[in-house]
Structure formats: structure tokens, C-alpha cells
Design a protein around this ligand. Sequence first.
Ligand SMILES: Cc1cc2nc3c(=O)[nH]c(=O)nc-3n(C[C@H](O)[C@H](O)[C@H](O)COP(=O)(O)OP(=O)(O)OC[C@H]3O[C@@H](n4cnc5c(N)ncnc54)[C@H](O)[C@@H]3O)c2cc1C
Length: 546
Amino acid sequence: MASWQAAAQKASTDPSTHFDAIIIGAGVSGLYQLYKLRELGLKVLVFETGTGVGGTWYWNRYPGARFDSESYTYGYSFSPELLEEWDWAERFAPQPETERYLNHVADRFDLRRDIQFRSRVAAAHYQEETRSWDVMLEDGRRYCTRLLITAIGVLSAPTMPRIAGVDTFEGQSCHTHYWPKEGVSFDGKRVAVIGTGATAVQTIQEVAKTAGQLTVFQRTPQWCAPLHNDRIGADEMRRIRAGYPEIFARCGDTPGCFIHAPDPRATHEVTQQEREAFWEKLYAEPGFGIWQGNFRDILVDREANALVSDFIARKIRQRVKDPAVADKLIPKNHGFGTRRVPLETRYYEVYNQPNVTLVDINETPIERITPSGVKTSDAEYEFDLIIYATGFDAITGSFDRIDIRGVDGCRLKDKWKSGPQTFLGILVEGFPNMLMVMGPHAGLGNFPRAAEYSVDWVTGLVRHAHDRGLTRIEPTSAGVAEWTSHVMAMGEGLLMNEIDSWMTGVNRNVEGKETRKIMRYSGGHPAFREHCDAVAADGYRKLSLA
Ligand SMILES: Cc1cc2nc3c(=O)[nH]c(=O)nc-3n(C[C@H](O)[C@H](O)[C@H](O)COP(=O)(O)OP(=O)(O)OC[C@H]3O[C@@H](n4cnc5c(N)ncnc54)[C@H](O)[C@@H]3O)c2cc1C
């Protein structure tokens, strides 16, 4: 232990700036990683841009922000005491409840003493002589660490639209990610929402309740499905608590770590009547069942996908009174489930309200934001408030915003220019001692289930290195090539990978993110874990350790 730390401390004599591990990010991933590294007795520090813990659930305070995962499948599973004492109030918890939960976790495990808030990491440079990382904060503070652990989130680098005049608007405007803590009133106001992704859907259905006039600017309609949220009463919570082992085991068995497992049948193996009945049942059930628990082929078989898309399109037509508006709300350029499915509560009915207007910006593009509102190709709209629900530079965006340089000053951003290359989504060749919790080319899904595994695996590797006095951890070229080609192979044939979306790394508001890439592992979590477990069981011989 002493020799492991000493190497990191050679470069300076100030112990207050030298750490065994620096973790970036205090969301679900960073908090658990801190907890686990403390168990190893390491000297750990977390840097977090925000002023509190929670990551996604600290930042996204927009009206209607809530889980699409069932709350009780989302909480941490690592502590029986935590499971015992925490009651979820809603089936799909709203942002304040989840933020409270993550604050409770931070307090319960006394995590805050090792977290520095208001501390954005601007740069991290690897130093070969000391096998350590120099970490620079935006405000100029500098630190040194043996291990650099990124827990910076897949949806944490918000993007504004590339529309002229954004800075000229004289009313109030905000991005959903940076929603003001004190809240925003919509009472009687003229409100614009730009964007119609999952966040926008949650925002729109809430704003429409009180806004004087709501105008939604839509570029890409989404296939939304009902959330069916409800309160969780004391009896139900007791049942959930008693069932936690089965709940977590079931999540562990599904490809996306959700409670919903794909139906083993193919769409064409059943009659049309059976299909319709099955889809009606899924549509009436809470959560992602209609997406994650559907026939096994809806995301790989074009015909199957067309049938389920047609089913959802009929639902939209039934729910939206004006057929022309309904038609605009039905996606034409992608099939159901090939983008992240937003779950909604009376979203489609919003468009039946007299105070709501839908503007299709493919027909009438936005030309600019003006001091008083929005100018499209055929009209000028005046607003009191503009809400930008324009999403994130996903998966690699938060990496791109840090100047990360590895061996010989190589920039991570350059290395990943044509797409991420990793070993297990955790390690990058040429960036020794950098470990990514839920990095690109790991599997996405019900996040904490996957993140807990990722943290545990990282912790196992750190323990292995630490126990043996190894101070340099790097993947091999062969290992990275093997994993990258496996990730590519797993992505073949998936309809999702033929569609522009944040899941395929496309964001038209970010330069260089115009073309599709394989950004995540799509072989499913059970297979992902098998790969990672095999590497650990083999004594990490696939890595270069020194
Ligand atoms: C609106 C919304 C709804 C979602 N709903 C669900 C859901 O229902 N189910 C689900 O499974 N997932 C959902 N997600 C995904 C969600 O991001 C994950 O569930 C999870 O919260 C990610 O945790 P994390 O700790 O890995 O990252 P994050 O929660 O994103 O935390 C990363 C933290 O790192 C900090 N950070 C980043 N860069 C730096 C830097 N350079 N210096 C210092 N700090 C930095 C950020 O400030 C942030 O606090 C949702 C995401 C969004 C945006």
C-alpha cells in the first residue's frame, strides 16, 4: 500500500493535492465508486461541477422530470440497510424524490467529506514518469492522482440548438438541464418548447397545464408510450421490499437490466388477434414493457417493427382529435423503439387543448430567435419564455469537454474521432490508469444496475493492482481491437443502429457529430458481464499491468 501511494506522491510534497484516486462526477456512478474505493482504504477525492450530489437528478429540475425506470429497480442494491430504510413514494419517481434519495445515500455513507463541489475538471494529463495523472480544475487548482476514474455520465453534456439569435431573446429562456432551482411559473405565459425528445415530452405535458399559450417546435416526432405512474402505498412497498432479491435478479437477466424481459416469441409466430391483444396489454401496463418486453424481433426485423409501429400510430390517431396534428406526431423516419422511447402521461391529449400549437419545423424551419420570440419561414411568434429541450451531446460529450491527454500528450478526443475504442468500455489504450464507469462501448439500460456492476469490476481491478503493488494499468492493442470488433459485430442487424439518434452518436447541434457510430455495447448485459468476469477470473492477463 505504502509503495503504491509513494509513486504518486513523488511529484510533489503536498499531501492535500495528492490522491490514490480522483473520481470525476457525483452522480449515481461516482457516489458508489467513492464508497467502494474507500472500502479498499484508498485516499479518494471526487470533483463535481454542481453544488450537490445526484448528477442527472441534481441538474434536471424541469417540470415533469421523472424516471422511466421503475423506482424500485433503479435504487442501489449494494446495501441491505439502505433497501430496508428507503421507501419509494411513486412507481416512477419524480426528480425531487430521486434527488432526495441520492442525498440520503450521500449522508448515510458519509460520502460528502470526500467530494468537492463547484469543481469542474477542465483537464487531465497523464505523466509517465510518475505513472499518475495531473488534474486541472477550471479555476486553476491542480491535483495529482494515481488513478483517474470518470463517472461523468452519458447524458450530462447539454447542447443548445444551432439557431441564430439565441442570445438576443429578451424574455426568459432556459435549457431543461440547467433548470433554475427556484422553479419557473408558466401561469398565463406564452411559452415555446424547442425539441420533442424524452425530456421535452415530460416538460410539454406539464407546461401545458398552466401556460396561457404553449407552442411546441418539433423536428423529429417520437414514438411515445404511456407511463402509467401511480403512488406506492405502504403495503405495496412492503411487497417490493420482500421481493428485492427477485427484482434485482430479474433485472440482471434482461438485456437492458430492466424489469421487462423480451417475449421469447417472434411477431409472426402468433396470429394477428394474439398480437393485437398482446400489444394492447403492454400499452396498458406501466413502464418500458412495450419497448423492452415486446416480441423478441421488433428491433431487428423490419416487418415486425412496421407492425408494432402501425399499432402505436393507431393509438396516436385515436388520442389526437385533429388528424393533421396526429399525422405530424407520427414518426416517418424511424420505427417504434429504434430511438429511446419517451414514456408519457396524457402527452398526446395535450395537442387537443386550445392553448397548445404544434409547429413542424421541417415544413417551416426556424430561421432565428428574435428579441421577442421565434421567427420561422412563415411566421413570427412572440414568447415570454423559451424552453430549450434540445438534449445532450451523449456518451462521449462529457469526455470531449475535458482536455484528457494520455501517453505522449495524445488527446482522447482525437483518439475517438472516428468512434470510441475501448476495452470493455472501461479502459483506453494509451491512457493508463484511467478507468471509465459506464464509458462508451459499455451497455446502456436501466442505469444503476449496469453502473453497480461497472463500479464493482473497476474496484476489483484496482484491488488486484493495489495488492500487488502494480502502478500502471493499460489495455493491450489486441484487447482493444478484439473488444471493439465484438461491439461492432453485436451492433450488426439492429434497426437502432440505422437511425440517427443520441444512441448512435448523432447530434446535429454539435460539430463533428453528424455521422452515425456504434457508441454502446448491444450484446445485452448478461453477455457483457460474462466478458468482464472472464477477464477478471483470468487474473486480468488480457491487460498490460506493471
Ligand atoms: C432527464 C433524464 C431522465 C433519465 N431517466 C432515466 C431512467 O428513467 N432510467 C435510467 O436508467 N436512466 C435514466 N437517465 C440516465 C441517467 O443519466 C442515469 O440513470 C444516471 O443518473 C447516470 O448516472 P451517472 O452518475 O453515471 O452520470 P450523471 O448522473 O450524468 O452524473 C455525472 C456527473 O458528473 C459531473 N461532471 C461531468 N463532467 C464533469 C467535469 N468535467 N468536472 C466535474 N464534474 C463533472 C456532472 O456535473 C454530473 O453531476 C435519465 C437521464 C436524463 C437526462
